[in-house]
Design a protein around this ligand. Structure first.
Ligand SMILES: [Cu+2]
Length: 268
């Protein structure tokens, strides 16, 4: 279905067209309902006007047309729900790609920032320890003395992703409920304290390509916190940079070297 008429944000993930299609169909059906019910309302105003019916009719309608109309509406809604919405949702939460093909990033929301943790080339997340946690220098409490942590990367509010590769985000929160929302990826998921919630998507447009498409040399994918999470909620925003596989590889190698050299205090 063509969805340009909806004026949705630009699309930059492979599953997004299905979501846009569903949003489009819902708009079409709601428009039909609106016109139908609106027309019926106007018909009733004229048909049952006081000058024609000075006395109320206590019997009411005898035909079954209104029943048929309501059954029709219920059928359409059931088709939307069981035919489109539930299968789409099941694919989003169920068909998580194999971990060896995907890039896994731990995303931890906190008042009021997004922390990102990459396991590095070994694919193993280093140990974290709450006693090492320092809001300024080590917001995730990563233990750099753990061998698995040597090649880990942590960043704040800057998420780097390779294009055309499945991304699995393991979403967590340190304090209250936040929500990880990137409109262009058609992704939005609450981060709930005490839970690790996986979400996945395949970004298919690089930031550079998006800058060309929009004609805006400063275009950035933004992670908006989509749950009111406190006084600083308005400034809880992160940025996503989608790069080619080569650029991403280069970024990863450079950042690993940088952070390994800085030890446990990569932000000092
Ligand atoms: Cu938040």
């Amino acid at each position: 279905m063509m969805t340009e008429w909806l004026g949705l944000p630009l699309l930059a993930a492979t599953h997004g067209a299905q979501i846009d299609g569903l949003i489009g169909w819902i708009h079409v059906f709601m428009l039909i309902l609106f016109v139908g019910w609106g027309g019926f309302f106007i018909y009733c105003l004229i048909r049952f006007r006081q000058s024609r019916h000075p006395v109320a009719n206590y019997t009411g309608v005898k035909s079954h047309n209104s029943n048929y109309a309501e059954i029709g509406v219920a059928v359409v809604e059931a088709v939307l729900l069981f035919g489109f919405a539930i299968p789409l949702w099941a694919a989003r939460i169920g068909d998580i790609p194999p971990e060896n093909e995907a890039l896994i990033v731990q995303v931890t929301g906190e008042q009021f920032a997004w922390n990102f943790h990459y396991p590095g080339p070994d694919g193993v997340f280093g140990r974290t320890d709450i006693t090492l946690l320092d809001l300024q220098s080590n917001p995730l409490g990563l233990d750099r003395s753990d061998p698995a942590a040597k090649d880990d990367i942590t960043t704040v509010n800057q998420l780097y992703l390779p294009v055309n590769r499945p991304i699995i985000v393991r979403l967590r929160s340190k304090d209250v409920i936040h929500s990880f929302g990137v409109p262009e990826f058609r992704v939005k998921q609450d981060a709930v304290p005490g839970l690790t919630i996986p979400i996945w998507f395949i970004p298919n447009v690089t930031t550079a390509e998006m800058r060309t498409r929009t004609g805006n040399p400063e275009f950035q994918y933004e992670i908006a916190c989509a749950q009111l999470c406190g006084l600083g909620h308005y400034r809880m925003r992160g940025f996503v940079t989608v790069q080619t596989a080569e650029e991403f590889q280069k970024w990863m190698e450079e950042t690993i070297a940088e952070q390994a050299a800085a030890g446990s205090d990569p932000f000092r």
